[in-house]
Design a protein around this ligand. Structure first.
Ligand SMILES: [Fe+2]
Length: 570
């Protein structure tokens, strides 16, 4: 039985499961080449069907990650905001009208549109609650039979934070926190205060910058903006910092008085900005730890599943693992809205149709793959000289190039689902070179200087690097690197001595594992620097995307499956 799950607003995506097992999942942005693509995932859905070799007529259930008719609470918030300021009211009404006309009405027409475009089908169409889909996207593919589930994002239909409990196939919501109280919107508003762009997904910049600052404004944020009460609850004071006004780069007098003027995007970053980032980050972490204390007390669970856009805050996740009362934590690689497509499909299979759980998400490789010959053909068409290596030659040749200082565009196997490149669509480089991060950010990725890059390491080597064994195949958690390692792999250790590792297992990605193993054989270091294979656009999907990136940039070599392209040969 086939079930299709869909995400159709920002970060739109499709996921297909067959008899309770994931077959394919991908974000639309990888095909459309528009970052955070918003709109129906035409290409991603077609890819899922093609991958399974089926037509829409073979799909029994289609589930959407949103209930478009839940509008009352948002409307009420807009009315209430009129009492605070006309500008706040206008910002909400403008947004609301756009959402209803562009998005929500379209959702109600989806079943018909899908049949018109993809062909006849008897599928049953369901609208599912956004945060329950987030919860399902983590718990139902986790290794846990029972768990507490915590989902946090900007907002769903009205809920911004959901506390729930998973047992077997069922997810029981325990408590919802609704707009305007939103941890994601709080963080996005700070993102814009610092002159970045929340619509561009710049929240990571606040987190990256936070490592350089001191929490000088902690008291202001925790007492005036994001507050808690004695009931494991939180409150965002929109009179001081309002997400909707922040979208328009408008801020209250009180926040400007407390923090200084908001930064304009072209202004240089100063210590004050870094301190603002550090303060907001710290308050977010502390509030989340407080909420989790409550969830732990309420459920008595030892396992925790996290999802929602804020669950990409890897520094926060590190503190959850180290400081929360939960013993085990699971976060799947598409923790944001794209992952709701996966959640909607599994929620239908397990929660609604009551089928037994039979799937564990061990890896993120659910996107398209291309054969050696398809890659070679693309290279020929692009007029690039290349050498086709035997399977045994790939790891030694590429590891040698990396050890000699080359930056490699590495393309193999199925594309990752979720925003992290995990060794199938990655730029790889030598982590021992202290200047490599700067070189990559400035010359190849065209990214800000403070963007940390991450290590991929042999899973079995993680205890040497962090002092204790770590397991994170999805690169979603930051840990402190052992003291003796900081000078060994300086390019992948952040200014605060932390790193966000991908632990690579031989089972789930043998080819990538072999490459790192070979690098270890050459250098004694079982780690590669890994950052996503993209320059100012979505991660590459097809060989043609990788080739275009190679031609427009200055990295040293491109590996498309077994085909090696050296810049020096061109
Ligand atoms: Fe969400």
């Amino acid at each position: 039985m086939y079930i299709l799950g869909l995400t159709t607003l920002g970060d739109s995506a499709a996921a297909l499961i067959c008899d309770g097992k994931l077959v394919a999942a991908a974000e639309e942005e990888r095909f459309s080449r528009v970052k955070h693509h918003s709109g129906f995932p035409y290409h991603a859905m077609q890819f899922c069907l093609d991958r399974a070799g089926i037509k829409i007529g073979d799909v029994q259930h289609v589930s959407l990650y949103w209930k478009p008719w839940i509008l009352g609470h948002k409307a009420m918030q807009a009315v209430k905001s009129l009492a605070i300021s006309p500008a706040m009211f206008r910002a909400r009404v403008d947004r609301g009208v756009a959402q209803v006309s562009d998005s929500y009405l379209g959702m109600l027409r989806l079943p018909r549109m899908i049949r018109q475009r993809y062909g006849p089908s008897d599928f049953r169409f369901r609208y599912l609650e956004h945060h329950v889909c987030h919860a399902a996207s983590a718990f139902l593919v986790s290794p846990f039979e029972t768990a507490a589930i915590f989902t946090l994002d900007g907002t769903g239909e009205e809920t911004t934070t959901l506390f729930s409990q998973g047992r077997g196939e069922q997810i029981r919501p325990l408590k919802r926190i609704k707009l305007p109280h939103s941890l994601g919107q709080f963080y996005s508003a700070v993102t814009n205060f610092l002159g970045f762009d929340m619509f561009g997904g710049d929240e990571w910049k606040v987190m990256g910058l936070a490592a350089y600052g001191q929490p000088e404004f902690y008291d202001f944020f925790s007492k005036r903006v994001l507050t808690t009460n004695g009931n494991y609850d939180f409150h965002v004071n929109i009179r001081v910092l309002d997400h909707h006004l922040a979208k328009r780069y408008q801020f209250s007098e009180e926040i400007v008085e407390a923090l200084g003027p908001a930064r304009r995007s072209e202004e240089p970053l100063t210590q004050r900005h870094q301190n603002i980032a550090a303060s907001a980050q710290r308050v977010l972490e502390d509030v989340v730890l407080y909420l989790l204390e409550g969830l732990h007390k309420q459920t008595g669970e030892e396992n925790l599943c996290l999802a929602g856009g804020v669950a990409f805050n890897s520094v926060m996740n590190g503190r959850i693992i180290n400081e929360s009362p939960f013993k085990r934590v699971f976060i799947q690689p598409a923790a944001g809205d794209a992952g709701c497509s996966l959640g909607a499909a599994f929620l239908t299979h397990n929660g609604i149709l009551k089928n037994r759980r039979d799937f564990l998400m061990k890896h993120a490789y659910w996107g398209p793959a291309f054969s050696n010959e398809e890659c070679a053909q693309a290279l020929r068409e692009a007029g690039l000289k290349f050498e086709t290596l035997s399977e045994d030659q790939v790891a030694p040749r590429v590891a040698r190039l990396i050890a000699d200082g080359a930056i490699i565009g590495w393309f193999q196997g199925r594309m990752e689902f979720g925003p992290r490149a995990l060794g199938n669509r990655s730029f790889l480089a030598d982590p021992r070179r202290a200047d490599m991060r700067e070189l990559l950010n400035k010359k190849v990725k065209l990214c800000e200087w403070f963007r940390p890059v991450a290590p991929s390491m042999l899973e079995e080597a993680s205890s040497a690097i962090f002092g204790v064994p770590r397991h994170d195949p999805f690169m979603v958690t930051v840990f402190t690197a052992a003291e003796d390692q900081r000078t060994v792999i300086p390019a992948v250790v952040h200014v605060d001595n932390t790193a966000r590792p991908q632990t690579v297992s031989r089972d789930t990605n043998p080819r990538y594992w072999s490459l790192i193993k070979e690098f270890e054989r050459l250098t004694g270091v079982p780690v590669l620097l890994n950052t996503s294979f993209n320059i100012q656009e979505p991660i590459v999907c097809k060989p043609q995307d990788a080739i275009r990136t190679f031609k427009s940039a200055s990295f040293d070599a491109l590996v498309l499956e077994n085909n090696l392209v050296l810049r020096s040969d061109q």
